[in-house]
Design a protein around this ligand. Structure first.
Ligand code: HEC
Length: 122
């Protein structure tokens, strides 16, 4: 009997933690991390500004055939990584991408940062 109550109490506890964690995950936006946007009146969109950076710096590896994961040739192909916060981390915070000698200017990184912070409009 005691053990049963203990088990019940334990599962309630696990449930509560799970709900709390979920809630937390839903609230925080990974793209708000890292440096603040430093371009005033940045009005950046994927079509106007970002696609050409991605096309020249990323799709040689993230073009669907590897070696990088996913297919960045379209907006839809990038959104998964963006939502998970991998983009801001790799391009703006840790600057691990692009790799293998492909370089990117700080201005290009800044544009991507501001675009992500603005909610990555298409
Ligand atoms: C020379 C090839 C190459 C280029 C160019 C390149 N990547 Fe990558 N990228 C990789 C490889 C390989 C991986 C997977 C292994 C790793 O993380 O290093 C990766 C991983 C990533 C990840 C992490 C995915 C995850 O699930 O955590 C992101 C985000 C990313 N790249 C974004 C970019 C962006 C944005 C660009 C362009 C600015 C870019 N990469 C350019 C090869 C490349």
């Amino acid at each position: 009997m005691f053990l049963k109550k203990l088990t019940l109490a334990f599962s309630l506890c696990v449930c509560a933690i799970a709900v709390w964690q979920c809630d937390k995950g839903g609230d925080d936006n990974p793209n708000s991390e890292g440096p603040a946007c430093n371009i005033s009146n940045a009005d950046l969109s994927y079509t106007k500004n970002i696609k050409r950076i991605i096309d020249s710096k990323c799709i040689s590896c993230h073009g669907g055939n590897g070696p990088g994961p996913d297919d960045y040739r379209t907006y839809e192909g990038m959104v998964g990584h963006i939502k998970e916060g991998h983009f801001i981390e790799a391009v703006v915070i840790d600057k691990t991408m692009p790799e293998s000698g492909i370089t990117m200017t700080q201005a290009q990184r800044d544009s991507i940062n501001c675009w992500l912070k603005a909610g990555y409009p298409k």
